[in-house]
Structures are given as structure tokens and as C-alpha cells.
Design a binder for this molecule. Sequence first.
Ligand code: SF4
Length: 459
Amino acid sequence: MCGIAGAYSENSLAGRYVYYLLFSLQHRGQESAGIAFWTGKLDYRKGMGLVSEVFTERDLIPANVAVGHVRYSTAGSSKLENAQPFIVKSKVGSVAVTHNGNLVNYLELRKELENEGGVFTTDTDSEVIAQLFSKLLLSEGDLEVVLKSLSEKLVGSYSCILMVNKKIVAFRDPIGFRPLCVGETEDGYVVCSESCAIDAIEGKFIADVKPGEAVIIENGDLEFLKFADCKKKAFCIFEYIYFARPDSIIDGVSVYKARTEMGKTLAEESPAVADFVSAVPDSGITAAIGYAMKLGLPYMEALIKNRYVGRTFIMPKQELRELLVRMKVNVIRENVEGKRVVLVDDSIVRATTSRRIVEMLKRSGAKEIHFRVGSPPIIAPCYFGIDMKTREELVASKHSIEEIRRILGAESLSYLSLPGLLNSLKKLGGEGFCIACLTSRYPVPVPGELSDHVGEPED
Ligand code: SF4
């Protein structure tokens, strides 16, 4: 999980655009932020923390081209050296790399590069992309050939935005794991992870970058370049379930509509007799509204979120997560006392948060809690950039639904079925998904795991 952004601006506002784009992508990573600027030479600022903490007004130097990154570490530890953009200087000039995703084979590639004399300054897979790209550019010269060779070497997920001297080169892997889109501003172009960021700067959405496609922006010109065939698209289904902002539209599907539809399907599959429907804020809200609409039940708030605490899922250490759950939400006692509540959340990963929330609601007088989950059980780890690293930490990989219900202390527990999830998206025109963490079958070869593409909706 990371957010990436790039901008070309005739009026030298590229750094400022990237700053605002990153601001809107803050939900994708909160550990570090960085921007690289082209001012005739490469300059950069990066630091640990939120976008608002890392940059001051003075940092946003005038530049025609800039790229930036907000980071949540899934490969490499959480420290400043690992913050992006990565800068590689070589005979081809300066290359600043921002990457969203995770390479499965990065240790292998790193070893290869080290054997050829490459020196690494970080322990991240993104630096492998930076070095490999620079090396290929030096040997091949032609961008299409470089990107094609790169895609033949990299296994895993990568949406990247590179600043190669004054040129922006943005590309999405041939599987299309992570989102990437392009927009137009008054004085140039932007490219970023999600369309909500283009809206935020009042830009005009142009297109999603397709799997295996690149976008080149140079001297005010924009060009699309196909560098690899997309044989099987496997877009991360969790972008729709949880990660992406609901006001984004990804690959033509509104995230908000997708979540509403998932909530409606969940209501059809697992209705509950209750006084009202509520959500675990904020990520469960849209599915909860869909659920309530379908059953004609009122939607009310049972929990209020402290908006000044980050998302718990996104904190890297377990102790921090636990502390944050307690600080994060509080119950509206007046709404829940003596009531039967349907509580909807988007997913259950470790069940720590869900268990604490049920406990809090019960302590505040809720009579019954019917827990509903807007996705199927997560049973397998993600190797493509989402922080679900081991089966051990996934409650559904070790426990049955009934056991999880008991752990949560809820009166009932139901998950959205996999066909229900896929059909909800298919109704909106969405297909071709990675569902590996729900099925244990991976869309690209992962050592020690089964590989298969099973992302198509069932009839
Ligand atoms: S394994 Fe799950 S979280 Fe990871 S990319 Fe696939 S769908 Fe997304």
C-alpha cells in the first residue's frame, strides 16, 4: 500500500500539484512522504510522517516536473532511508522512482544486480526497480524496449511513476494489481494512484492506465505506450473492498457503488432481524448503507471515530495497533442501549479491532450484535503490497466462522460470499481480480504457494 503521484506543469507548479495529490492519497500510506522536483536538475525532499508534517511551504520549490510518494512499508522497514522517491544517478542522468506494489522476486533480482556491481542503500524492492530501470535505459535506450524487458524480469505488483530527468514515465504492471490514472490540469498533466486526487486539484480525469501500459509526459506532451500484453488482469479486489477512497473510480468502476452493491448482496445473503444497521467507521460505512437500503432498516451511527488517529490496519506494529483501537472509536450509548444492532465492517483481518468494538457496544448496553462482513474470510497472505504477511495473523485461516463469532462475542456473524462479491462487481462492469487472499491461489507464481487465476465471476 502506497500512494504515488506525478505532475507536469507549464507554470512550474508541479511540486505543488504533487503535494495536493499526495494529500488526497494519504489513506494509502502514512509512514513517510517524499517529492522529487525537476528544476533543471533533480532536487528532493522526504521525511517520516504525514504529508502535512513532512513538507513546509518553502519545500514546494518551483518546478515543471515532480513526482511523489506516500509510503506504507510492506517490503523494507519503516525508516527514512526507505522513503521514496528513490534517486538513482547514472550516465543516463537522474532517475527518481516511486512505486506502489510489491515484487515477489526482488531478492533474486537484487542478488543479480549486486553480482554485476550494483550497490544498494536500502532494503526495499523499489530500489531494485530503480536500479534495473536505470541499467536497462543505459543499455537499451529505447523506452518501449526498456519497459518490456523490465516487465519480463519483475514478478509481482508495480504501479510506478518515474521522473527520468525532466520526463515522467508512469507504468502499470501487465496484471494490473494496483491502480494508476491520468488527468489534465490547466497547465499540464498529472498521474496518480486514484482519481479522487485528480478531483481534489480540480483536474480532469483522462483515463486509467491499462495493465501493461505506460504514460510518457514530456515537454507538455502526453503519450500512451503499450509495453506488454495483459494476459490475465488481476486487480486487487481489496482496493474496492477497503483500500481505495470511496470517491475514486478505478478501471471504470465507482468504489462507492461497488461497496454499496456489496452491502446489498450481503443483506440478500445474510439478512438479520434488528432495530438498525450501523458500521465500523469509516471503512464499513458504505457497505452498511447498502445493507440497510436492501432490508429497509434504518442506518444509524453506533460508533464515532476520532478522526485525528490514523487507520489502525495501517500501523506496522501490533502493539501500536492495539493501542490505537482503544483511542480510535467510542460508542453512542443513547443509540445502542437495549437495541439489536447489525454491525457492518468491510473485512476482518486479525479480529483485534472487531472484538474490542463488540465488547464496547455490549458494555454500552447493546442487546444483540449481528456482525456482517462486506468481504469473504481472508485466509491467505498477500504478497503484492498489502500488509497481510502470514497465515498466523489471519483469524480466518485458523478458525471457522462459528469460532470467530465466539471470539468476537457477537450473536451472529456472516461474511459476503465469494460469488456474491464477484457478482456485485460484475454488475458494475468490474472483472479480472486478484482474490488470492480469499482463495489461497495466486495470479503469479509465488514460491511455496499454489498459482492459478480464478478471478472470474461464477454464473
Ligand atoms: S492477495 Fe488479496 S490483498 Fe493481496 S493483491 Fe490479491 S486481493 Fe489484494
